[in-house]
Write a protein that binds this ligand. Structure first.
Ligand SMILES: [Zn+2]
Ligand SMILES: [Zn+2]
Length: 193
């Protein structure tokens, strides 16, 4: 019997030690955490919500703050050697171009050539998000699902909500978005085109 097929063991890891499902999968030598999720389900162990997970992994309002050096290193490691979506120069140029024709965009004092800006107006953010949607062709950049009635999310690749450079923004469907943020718990971020 595998460890994860033992309810007491799984409960201990997930609920008491508060390990993420990814971490547990790792311990068990599994490539993905799908099996762990399956067994949590079988044992009726309630899965943490995203906000509960965040509270564990980012205690006391980490959200919105800059990443620590350690986290940055982790993200760097996770991305190294991986094809991570459309953050090519071309992608950036496309977005800059798309933003330029708009009232907002380069006429906005906060635009700053697409560099990080702060504070940015709501109107600007809305316009930028719209542009990212269009440039990513309303498709999730992880699984390719097309946006329908439920809007996809504009995700910050480096998890820093202040970094609104176009190359840091990518369109993800909700399930993939949740997945990517869960992956962040362990510094395992995987976005493939
Ligand atoms: Zn997706
Ligand atoms: Zn995100």
């Amino acid at each position: 019997m595998k460890n994860y097929q033992n309810k007491a063991w799984l409960k201990g890891k997930y609920l008491d030690e508060k390990l993420s499902t990814l971490k547990i999968a790792d311990l068990c030598g599994l490539r993905t955490h799908v099996t762990i999720l399956d067994w949590l389900n079988r044992f009726k162990i309630k899965r943490r919500t995203l906000s509960e997970a965040k509270a564990i992994f980012h205690p006391r309002g980490m959200l919105g703050k800059h990443h620590s050096e350690e986290t940055k290193k982790k993200i760097g490691r996770a991305f190294r050697g991986k094809k991570i979506g459309p953050f090519s120069d071309e992608h950036r140029r496309n977005i800059s171009r798309a933003m330029k024709g708009k009232l907002i965009g380069d006429k906005n004092p906060h635009w700053n050539g697409g560099a990080s800006f702060e504070p940015w107006g709501q109107e600007f953010t809305r316009e930028l998000r719209k542009t990212i949607r269009e440039c990513d062709k309303f498709k999730c950049q992880k699984c390719g699902r097309k946006e329908r009635s439920r809007k996809h999310c504009v995700h910050h690749v480096d998890f820093n909500p202040r970094n609104n450079r176009p190359e840091n923004l990518i369109l993800l469907c909700r399930p993939c978005h949740v997945e990517v943020h869960r992956g962040e718990e362990d510094g395992r971020v995987e976005i493939k085109r």
